[in-house]
Design a protein around this ligand. Structure first.
Ligand SMILES: O=C(O)C(=O)Cc1ccccc1
Length: 398
């Protein structure tokens, strides 16, 4: 009987030793606010200590989740599922109020997703806030359910994740940090499934793209799902016996899956870049120039078209010897950039021609200010998305 957990622990250290029917729990591992538990009779995915004593454990019978126990003396009968969720939400809110230390980082996916790992890399000890979509991760920060959001925005193999750039440009959050990862993928199966039983693979679209040649060589079909860790969870919940998930080793641990292959990515040098976003009202102090970690500024430029636009933008930087690390022409097929033109009497204007640019200088640098001023005169719309320390290191993630 697969068991899952409905909320995210804060690693409050509150070890659960509740004796509840089959639920003799013992702590196995504590990671970054997660307590991985196993029991003799039940394979827990994860049991969250949402606050003092309130732990919810769910079982799934025929696809229907029900709460089999709530530790701390309250029997399941006393709690209907929605009240359990409400109680958890209340406890989590209380804890969030008390536990100001842990930065809450919203990410798209389930615990064990690569974005969660990137969040922990960016903010060690952070509290992950799993979200159903990238939009939800951004809304979580907008509505103060999280302090930061982390989004994958490009990879060397696949280029930019245009829809995430669009989310960034259309939203009001600012880039405060970048982190680059070598993402190394594993092939996971549910317990009892053999490698030779696998006919297809499910995972996040970007993970499938990064492993495309490997999957073709293995003769495996593939289907995109929500996220890599969500794919791992699906194997267990739907008892899939002919399907594998491309996900992390950590997802295998959390969801009790077996790793049948490691390093299934096509190119181990492939790098995925994540951006960390914050509310404008909550920006960290402006980054200081450090010798080995130059500053970077990201901007978006929209214009009315014309071949000279490209020349004007490039010359504004080149004549000031400002190095560009990214120059992306937003694909025409993607949604138009729609902005409220406050200078134009508050009219909404739509732009078909948009450049995403990163340059190596602080937005406060006078030389950069001069280049931005020239762009503002020549272009219709220029917005600074953020100024942050360039991360020259590339971390490895399994
Ligand atoms: O699905 C995940 O695990 C994500 O966090 C998205 C993702 C997928 C592949 C590489 C980097 C991020």
């Amino acid at each position: 009987m697969a068991v899952s957990v409905s909320a995210y622990g804060t690693g409050a250290g509150g070890l659960i030793n509740g004796n509840n029917r089959n639920l003799q729990l013992q702590q196995q591992q504590q990671q970054q606010g997660l307590i991985i538990l196993k029991t003799r009779t039940l394979q827990f995915k994860r049991v969250a200590v949402a606050g003092k004593g309130v732990v919810v454990v769910r079982s799934q019978k025929g696809g229907v989740f029900e709460n089999v126990a709530v530790i701390n003396g309250k029997s399941t009968g006393a709690l209907k599922s929605e009240s359990v969720e409400d109680e958890l939400a209340r406890v989590m809110r209380d804890r969030a109020g008390k536990d100001r230390g842990a930065v809450r980082v919203a990410y798209q996916g389930c615990p064990g997703a690569y974005s969660e790992a990137a969040a922990i890399m960016a903010h060690p000890g952070c509290q992950g806030v799993p979200c159903k979509s990238y939009e939800d991760a951004i809304w979580a920060v907008e509505f103060r359910r999280a302090d930061r959001a982390i989004l994958p925005v490009e990879s060397t193999l696949e280029g930019s994740v245009v829809r995430n750039y669009d989310l960034l440009v259309h939203g009001s959050l600012h880039i405060v940090q970048e982190i680059q990862l070598f993402v190394h993928y594993c092939l996971l199966v549910a317990p009892g499934v053999r490698r030779e039983d696998v006919r297809r693979v499910i995972s996040h679209p970007m993970a499938l793209a990064h492993c495309g040649h490997t999957l073709a060589r293995l003769g495996l079909d593939s289907a995109p799902v929500h996220d890599t860790a969500g794919a791992a969870e699906l194997l267990l919940n739907d008892k899939l016996t002919d399907t594998a998930a491309i996900a992390s080793c950590r997802a295998a641990e959390i969801y009790g899956l077996r790793v049948v292959a490691r390093g299934v990515q096509d190119e181990s040098w492939n790098t995925t870049r994540f951006l960390v976003l914050a509310r404008g009202s909550d920006l960290p102090p402006p980054p200081q120039e450090e010798e080995h970690r130059p500053l970077k500024t990201s901007i978006v430029v929209a214009h009315g078209g014309g071949l000279d636009a490209l020349f004007k933008v490039l010359s504004a930087f080149s004549k000031r010897k400002i190095n560009l690390t990214k120059f992306e022409v937003k694909p025409r097929a993607a949604a138009l950039l729609r902005v409220l033109d406050v200078n134009g009497g508050g009219t909404v204007r739509e732009f078909e021609h948009v450049f995403y640019i990163d340059f190596e200088a602080s937005v406060a640098d006078l030389n950069a200010q001069s280049a931005l001023e020239e762009l503002r005169e020549a272009m219709t719309f220029v917005r600074v998305l953020g100024c942050y320390t360039a991360d020259s290191k590339i971390y490895s993630l399994d």
